[in-house]
Design a protein around this ligand. Structure first.
Ligand SMILES: Cc1ncc(COP(=O)(O)O)c(C=O)c1O
Length: 460
């Protein structure tokens, strides 16, 4: 076996990490994760860590689920690969597509499997473009999404992501990609009144569509809760209002449930909470709980049938990937779905969600915490320098990096975003005592951060 320092050195020299500052990473060095069980991880130094972020908001069933390992192994032994090209297929992929249609909103009838969330979004953009060209409305090329929204990082999809880090030097957004403000209760100019926040989003969408010309707009993309943008939780009824507005304006709606799907916010999909029936939905992460790569784009029969039967219906629909509908990932997905439902994991997540929310709300007592918000097991705390004015900390202090380090030393992992929003997405199997541990160590970590003299000076 290679020594840890040799591995770290090879990593520094060869491995490009996602969404990172290259040189800063080299200086910091890699933290090698070695094993996992339930909600706990162990690193290569033998440290045990409680994972409050389920990997990257994906390991919803927790680590070490042997039935998932078994399902993958059996499929690998039987048939490790089956192409979906040339009308070939595999049993688990067909079954998984049918299960997803059964479990998702009634509007969604057809499934294209991707390898993750970014390429599910990429597939959506391609099929939407094809759909409108087939419909004889080739001028419908404009896409609208939310500021702070995240829709992955493909060459085109990153332009729908509303986060500047994904745009800088990548020549996106393109001229047909637009953003409207998101319903950010804690910092919205219209305040935190739910009705006002909903009305403002509807107004913004209407006015953007009007400015572009309703006949030129293809679709509106949004997450039910903006995850990577800082766990921005819209008021109840917001998603429904956005759907109604899209219908009224005659544009397609895609709901991106890559984070919110599979019990993360309570139900199997967040949009079913409000009876939303989108034209398209993207999923990934919890679909396989991160045990194997897979995502999916679900679409309405109308979109599928238009592409199938419209002019050019006799030609190939040229979208595909070698690993679309991969049988091992699909077998994993089927077993993970069984754990959510028959295994009681979804119910377990719903049962502990109020306990999680109570803990988050209690953190408002801490001098650094200005806001606490959550739905289901997706939550955030926002650190502010001044609770009264909600003034953020100077980014130069790099509090998020310091806090991540302190928290790690205290045995917990969560996401500390650059704007000092702390994101939490525990596995659905988190127990009450694990929540107690997480928040006890979080309080300790925030206390230690506050003891640093420049942080103390910055707090008013
Ligand atoms: C809402 C949303 N869409 C898309 C993606 C991209 O998914 P992936 O990282 O699997 O490509 C993510 C990833 O975090 C996401 O949160």
């Amino acid at each position: 076996m290679m020594t840890k320092s040799h591995l770290a050195d090879l990593d520094r020299r060869h491995l490009i990490h996602p969404v990172t500052n290259f040189r800063a990473h080299e200086q910091k060095g890699v933290t090698i994760l070695q094993s996992g069980e339930g909600s706990w991880l162990e690193d290569s130094n033998g440290n045990r860590l409680l994972d409050g972020f389920a990997g990257l908001w994906c390991v919803n069933v927790g680590y070490g689920q042997q039935s998932v390992v078994q399902a993958a192994m059996e499929q690998m032994q039987r048939l490790p690969y089956a192409t979906g090209y040339f009308s070939f297929g595999s049993e688990p992929a067909i079954q998984l597509a049918a299960r997803l249609v059964e479990l998702s909103p009634a509007s969604l009838q057809r499934v294209y499997f991707s390898l993750g969330g970014s390429d599910a979004i990429d597939a959506a953009i391609r099929y939407i473009t094809h759909y409108y060209n087939t419909l004889g409305q080739p001028q419908r090329k404009h896409f609208i999404a939310l500021e702070r929204g995240y829709h992955g990082s493909t060459a085109v999809g990153a332009g729908l992501t509303g986060l500047p880090a994904f745009h800088y030097n990548f020549d996106v957004p393109r001229e047909n990609q637009h953003h409207i403000p998101c319903p950010y209760a804690y910092r919205s100019p219209v305040g935190d009144d739910p009705a006002a926040l909903i009305a403002e989003s509807v107004r913004q969408l209407r006015s953007k569509v009007e400015a572009l010309g309703a006949d030129n707009v293809a679709a509106f993309f949004c997450e039910p809760i903006m995850g990577s943008g800082g766990v921005v939780v819209p008021p109840a009824g917001w998603l429904r209002a956005m759907q109604d507005t899209c219908r009224e304006l005659g544009i397609l709606m895609l709901v991106d449930e890559v984070i919110t799907g599979f019990g993360r916010t309570g139900p199997m999909f967040a949009c079913t909470d409000e009876g939303v029936e989108p034209d398209m939905m993207t999923v990934a992460k919890g679909l396989t709980s991160g045990y194997a790569p897979m995502g999916a784009l679900l679409m309405s029969e109308e979109i599928y049938a238009t592409i199938a039967d419209g002019p050019g219906g006799d030609r190939l629909v040229g979208h595909g990937q070698t690993y679309s509908a991969h049988p091992v990932s699909a077998a994993v997905g089927l077993e993970v779905l069984r754990l959510y439902l028959e295994g009681g994991m979804l119910a377990q997540g719903q049962a502990v969600a109020p306990y999680f929310s109570e803990h988050l709300q209690a953190m408002l007592q801490h001098p650094l915490v200005g806001d606490a918000r959550s739905r289901g097991l997706l939550g955030a705390l926002e650190l502010v320098a001044d609770k009264r004015t909600r003034a953020p900390f100077d980014p130069a202090l790099k509090l998020n990096e310091r806090l991540s380090r302190i928290a790690y030393e205290n045995g917990i992992i969560f996401r500390a975003f650059a704007d000092n929003i702390l994101g939490f997405a525990p596995a659905l199997c988190f127990s009450e005592s694990e929540f107690d541990f997480l928040f006890e160590r979080l309080t300790l970590s925030l206390d230690e951060l506050l003891e640093q003299s420049d942080v103390l000076r910055a707090v008013t």
